[in-house]
Design a protein around this ligand. Structure first.
Ligand code: ZN
Length: 251
């Protein structure tokens, strides 16, 4: 498989002969105001796309893990062809995407297979307490294919029982987690921080862990530099990868 980190949680995945676009957030740098109720008043996204939108949207299927605007934005709605194979986490999200004019949208529960690639929905927690509840439902996806390693894209979740269950159930050899330690003025982080990533590594000792969702939003406070320092300190440098935007990882 080839995993290309685009920006934020946007990934282009080549797997089992198919190309998947995950969580397209395609606006130019600074197109949106800072996220409400956060420190660091900088417009989003905080960085530009590393490649053209036209190149990004040329895929066999688009998977939207949840409908927060940093995972599916107005620019993506404009750029993705309306007949694209769209896969949403649930029937409710699929209906919302259909209302944007897409006419080939399915819920992940119903799409168990694309070509020879098998897909499995996983769950997560987008934060704890009141903030976690406000963030709503999120999902991840496990990919399996006879000629590929098992891949688990966890989506916007902190380390939690659901992530542990996904790791124990599917035994992925490659795990993509969303880092950045995104945070509001109140409450704890809503995406993984350093310790969540370390716990994921402990639960999946067989896996290469790739950290996405870094350095693209005003409220993500964990930098790649800080995370890489932590990874080295914990002796995880050989199996935790923190790709730059535009970088491709082959597994
Ligand atoms: Zn996000």
């Amino acid at each position: 498989m080839k995993i290309r980190q685009i920006r934020n949680a946007t990934i282009v995945l080549e797997y089992g002969g198919l190309t998947f676009l995950i969580d397209p957030y395609l606006a130019p740098k600074g197109a949106y105001p800072p996220i409400t109720n956060t420190a660091n008043p900088v417009n989003n996204p905080t960085v530009d796309l590393p490649v053209s939108v036209e190149e990004i949207v040329r895929t066999d299927a688009v998977i939207v893990t949840h409908l927060h605007p940093d995972h599916f934005d107005a620019a993506a709605i404009r750029a993705i062809p309306k007949d694209a194979n769209m896969i949403a986490q649930s029937e409710e999200d699929a209906e919302t995407i259909r209302r944007e004019g897409f006419h080939n949208v399915q819920a992940l529960d119903r799409v168990s297979r694309m070509g020879e690639v098998r897909l499995f929905r996983t769950r997560g927690q987008h934060g704890t307490g009141e903030i976690g509840r406000l963030m709503g439902d999120v999902s991840g996806v496990v990919f399996k294919h006879p000629d590929e390693k098992t891949l688990y894209i966890a989506g916007d979740t902190i380390w939690c029982a659901e992530v542990e269950e996904a790791v124990l159930t599917h035994r992925p050899e490659v795990v993509v987690v969303n880092g950045g330690s995104a945070q509001f003025l109140q409450g704890g982080p809503i995406t993984m921080g350093k310790e969540d990533i370390r716990l994921t590594c402990s639960a999946a000792p067989q896996a290469t862990v790739i950290v996405s969702h870094m350095e693209a939003l005003n409220h993500c406070f964990l930098s790649r530099r800080e995370l890489k320092g932590f990874i080295e300190e914990k002796g995880l440098g050989t199996r935790v990868l923190v790709p730059a935007d535009g970088e491709t990882v082959e597994c």
